[in-house]
Design a protein around this ligand. Structure first.
Ligand code: FES
Length: 104
């Protein structure tokens, strides 16, 4: 069974915004897009910048350090210099709270 953890209220994450949180010691970035809320590892696969300090443009997350970009829906790389995809995590909204289940 997948283990969901409540991380914050949906009201704390306006549309178009992203925020970091920690789930079981792992740092996650939550991204609120028009397509819903997505959760990914907060560490860039290129040189470990914190992605929550970058920019969110629709479903594209841009790294603050060297500008790599990722699709928040599936973590795939959209632009260099990163080559490896980000790990994504399952999200659900329960009674106004955002819950995340880590991928292994
Ligand atoms: S650390 Fe993210 S692009 Fe280099």
């Amino acid at each position: 069974m997948t283990d969901f953890t409540a991380v914050m209220q949906l009201a704390e994450l306006p549309a178009g915004a992203m925020r970091a949180c920690t789930v079981a010691g792992r740092e996650i970035v939550l991204c609120h897009t028009r397509e819903g809320v997505f959760a990914l590892d907060n560490t860039c696969t290129h040189a470990e910048a914190r992605l929550c300090e970058g920019r969110l443009r629709a479903t594209r997350l841009v790294c603050p350090l060297h500008g790599a970009s990722f699709d928040v829906r599936d973590g795939r790389v959209l632009g260099p210099p990163a080559e490896a995809a980000l790990t994504t995590h399952a999200v659900r909204i329960v009674d106004g709270a955002i819950e995340v289940a880590l991928s292994s």
